[in-house]
Design a protein. Structure first.
Length: 630
């Protein structure tokens, strides 16, 4: 066979391969649209079981409208990459819904009907880039009865909660009933008459803000049964509750009710009970507890113990009294908030007042996840110290941090047993008829929040309330209100929705680089501390030499002093040189790692592929020559 014929056969084979490639792709797109494989390390495109359960329960059509300004976002590659992620995830929802979820992708170009449609749903464009052109990137959804829900803008910073936000929107459309929150409280949260000031008080800001989103009901403090219409129970400062009331709370949780508990070892907003013929408070008069329930459920809480935290202490006092740091009044920053939990992921500051702490008991079956914690510069003290504290400086005396991060607020999940194994206690009032059967345990995992502080709910710990033309204006300086409302909003969902936690993001951190930086920083800090120790030691020696100096030569330095100063200057120079070398070595290690990665990605991988391609070409050429008899 001639060389020309062999070349013609090769070209014909390549043409056939190209045609087959196109045919196979067209056939796979048509026949295997439902076949998907998630090859990402963190399974970014695999929906959790909770989401799958909620999608399976969608019985009436839900229409999704993804408004995305495709052309206007051309100059923002990060947003376009995230938009692709959102589109593919929404398509996964529609694919798994058996036609009950319909997805429409809309590009609302300026001055178009699509832009008017987006505005009609309540979406707003965000100016991006130097031109300030508005970009829409939000989701609107409607159910069969015309109820609408929206996600105003998909922020890339919330990528780890993307699945939760979309699933929550779908769940809300399938359950549009307004959530009823029943509040059982010993504190004047709904306003009332203040005995000490003999004046009427207004309801707290937290109640006013909750009314905007939920139906809030004040429950009788002596109730013997939680009404069936209560979706979420909020128990605040439960001190001196009757046994029947405690049983009612227990059974509400046993039947699957969601609840928040706010207890306190020393509630500043509680009206103090005075001892007879004494200005001192009754010991334990401001503390609250649900020991019978907590002990049975596996929650450890000490109503006599208060957490002090030197790192997060607030500065209090005025111009006349002076400024002092109060180790019991705390402002917790993001560093000790659970940023991976949806209720606290976007919060910046939580303010607490003389709070206790909680933890799971050893051997308990529950899972207690910290939401708000102390720093490791914290310690425990007896709550009795706050009954009479004339000087805040007393809190800093003999301060010995334990190095433990104490949990102020935690999420409790797991199977719970009733604290009343023998059933309903004796009825306090005759004539009550309770037909509900006694439940010995929860049928599914309970979902609770437990907070070891009640002061965080009071206005003074997080918000300033002002009157403006008859309307109350709330200016919050801490996120206490957001935390509480987020917790209620989270609990109002089903167990499937609550089970959807933060996911990994599609961006990958430079783990090795971060490890190098951390190791170098620790070494740098250790060297810096060594320098400071040498400086202190030298200054002490100088002071000792100064005392031995002759007063007649007050302005003259002795030879010993001059030698000591020269020695210190040389030590200082050497240590600073070491600091520069540590920093240089850090940069050098990172550069070496970067060079290695560049070589692997840019050089080594293409070389390996080229070698494999060359070997394959040689093998094919030999087979072809052998077949042609050459």
């Amino acid at each position: 066979m001639t060389t020309q014929k062999a070349t013609s056969i090769t070209l014909m084979g390549l043409l056939v391969l190209a045609v087959l490639f196109l045919v196979v792709n067209m056939a796979s797109n048509a026949l295997f649209t439902s076949v998907r494989a998630d090859l990402t390390e963190n399974k970014l495109f695999t929906l959790t079981q909770g989401t799958l359960n909620i999608i399976a329960k969608v019985e009436e059509p839900i229409t999704l409208y993804l408004f995305y300004s495709d052309k206007a976002s051309e100059g923002v590659p990060q947003l376009r990459t995230y938009a692709t992620r959102v589109k593919e995830l929404l398509q996964e929802y529609a694919q798994l819904s058996n036609g009950n979820i319909v997805l429409n992708i809309v590009d609302p170009v300026p001055y178009s009907e699509e832009e008017d449609q987006a505005a009609g749903f309540g979406l707003q464009g965000v100016p991006i880039g130097s031109t300030g052109e508005k970009v829409y990137f939000g989701l609107a959804a409607s159910n069969a009865v015309g109820v609408n829900e929206i996600i105003g803008f998909f922020q890339p910073q919330r990528e780890q909660f993307l699945e939760h936000d979309i699933t929550k929107l779908i769940y809300t459309l399938t359950s549009p009933k307004k959530t009823v929150v029943g509040v059982l409280s010993r504190l004047p949260m709904f306003g009332g008459f203040d005995i000490e000031t003999t004046q009427m008080t207004k309801e707290w800001a937290i109640i006013a803000q909750m009314r905007q989103l939920f139906e809030v009901k004040l429950l009788d403090i002596a109730t013997q049964q939680i009404e069936d219409d209560v979706d979420i129970l909020m128990v605040v400062h439960p001190k001196e509750l009757g046994e029947s009331t405690v049983y009612a709370i227990d059974q509400f949780v046993m039947k699957g009710g969601k609840a928040l508990f706010f207890v306190d070892p020393h509630s500043e907003v509680d009206t103090p009970v005075r001892q007879q013929s004494s200005p001192l408070e009754v010991e334990g008069g401001r503390s609250s507890n649900l020991r019978q329930l907590f002990d049975t459920w596996g929650i450890e809480y000490d109503p006599t113990s208060v957490v002090l935290d030197r790192k997060y202490a607030l500065t209090v006092g005025g111009a006349h009294q002076g400024q002092s740091r109060h180790y019991g009044l705390l402002a917790i920053t993001r560093e000790d908030l659970a940023t991976e939990d949806v209720i606290s992921s976007e919060l910046e500051l939580i303010s607490l007042g003389i709070a206790g702490h909680i933890k799971a008991k050893d051997g308990a079956d529950i899972q207690l996840t910290p939401i708000v914690s102390s720093s490791d510069d914290a310690m425990l003290v007896d709550a009795v110290r706050f009954r009479f504290l004339p000087d805040l400086s007393q809190l800093s005396n003999n301060y010995k941090p334990t190095g433990v991060h104490y949990t102020f607020m935690g999420r409790v999940q797991g199977k719970l047993k009733s604290a009343f194994p023998n059933g309903r206690p004796a009825v306090d009032e005759e004539g009550e008829d309770f037909k509900a059967p006694h439940l010995a345990s929860t049928t599914e995992d309970a979902n609770l929040f437990v907070v070891a502080d009640t002061d965080l709910l009071s206005d003074r710990m997080w918000v300033q309330v002002q009157e403006f033309f008859g309307q109350q204006v709330f200016n919050s300086w801490a996120n206490n209100g957001d935390l509480t409302i987020n917790a209620v909003d989270n609990l109002k969902g089903s167990s499937d929705l609550i089970s959807i936690r933060g996911r990994e993001t599609s961006s990958r951190p430079f783990v090795r680089v971060n490890q190098l930086r951390l190791a170098a920083d620790q070494k740098f800090r250790s060297t810096e501390e060594s320098l400071q120790a040498k400086l202190t030691e030298t200054e002490q020696k100088l002071v000792a030499l100064q005392k031995q100096r002759d007063d007649s030569n007050a302005l003259m330095l002795s030879p010993e002093q001059e030698a000591e100063i020269d020695k210190f200057q040389q030590e200082k120079f050497n240590v600073r040189k070491d600091l520069r070398q540590v920093r240089h070595n850090l940069d050098l290690d990172i550069e070496k790692l970067g060079t290695k990665l560049k070589f692997i990605n840019i050089g080594l991988v293409p070389i390996i592929i080229s070698i494999l391609a060359l070997l394959l070409s040689i093998v094919r050429s030999r087979k072809r020559k052998h077949a042609l008899g050459i």
